[in-house]
Design a protein around this ligand. Sequence first.
Ligand code: LMR
Length: 414
Amino acid sequence: MRRETLVTMSLLSTVEMAPKDPIFGLSEQFGLSTVPNKVNLCVGVYLDETGKLPLLNCVQAAEKLVLNESKARGYLPMDGLASYDAAVKGLVFGADSAVVSEGRVATVQAIGGTGGLKVGADFLYRMNAAGAASSGGQPKVLISDPSWENHRALFTNAGFVVETYPYYEAGRRGINAEAMFGALETTEAGTIVVLHACCHNPTGCELNADQWARVVDIVKSRGLVPFLDMAYQGFGEGIVEDGAVVNMFVAAGLDFLVSTSFSKSFALYGERVGALSVVCSSAGDASKVLSQLKIAIRTNYSNPPTHGASVVATVLNTPELRSMWEAELGNMRVRIKAMRLALANGLVAAGVTDDVSYITEQSGMFSYSGLSESQMKRLRDEFGVFGLDSGRICVAALNDGNIAHVCASIAAVM
Ligand code: LMR
């Protein structure tokens, strides 16, 4: 009797089952599915033409070099491996970047792009919370509508109120840029605005250069705080082309944050190699910001792991390996574009009469198919084609062996 009372009163007996993650939860469901010819288009992972996760040649070569050195594994500094942080700066801001040489960028290694966002969110919350509390408000973050499924949860968990700015309009199968500008123009100064620097996740729809220039102007004149998320550099048009937006914010003289990731571009998903860079107005500001980022890191996970960062730094800092990486990344980009075309053509061949030109106009790993939640469910349950409830599918997981089945399945539910 007494024992039962204790069990009933146990703290953990009140814990409720959490909802499944909208991306990885479906991937788990994929693993359990017994539908024949199943295809996993849920998670943003590049698979090669044989449906396999690649291990890049440049990574294999760098791993040999790293292992040959047989280094002991001491703690890395809280902000990560210095050669890695320097390589990230070169890649994100360009080799001859003035902001970098002037010491105005604070870069820290992070646990993937998600870790970069979280360290940035914690840092901003600490900086913002005092000011917002004194004005009676709560610090706010705006994300695009729609955005990466984890943005809202991540910033909410860091303490922010999260709202959206208009972005994608289903009727246009594209961006409603005027609505986006209008919303940003009426946003309160100091609000953090999360922007996808390239390869918008989940829609694949990109602002053009003029529209970006307008966003930069609005952000500057309204005193908003830009937080760029760049998880797919090199998967859109090229490494430099995809990073161009970062340099527009630099050229405007803005202070801003940018989180980056090598999960996709190096196919190092499981190594969790990412970074956060904060561009400041002076070297003095950057060193103070760096000291605060270290606190955010120390209180989250103390310091980052060694292996993935050593591999990426070795590739980026060794000219021969760097060229190898650029070529391998280029091949992935070209294959994704070829699969977009094959998807568009395959849908038409399967009897779809809608305009499918949006598929080849979108950029990066994803296509926003326009399918409803119930159509996506049918795709999973009846055909074993797994995409997200939002209609997002990962075109980087298509190949010649699965494309016909995917096209026929989509055509069947449309
Ligand atoms: C995705 O959007 O599928 C990827 O970025 C993986 C993730 O962490 O959600």
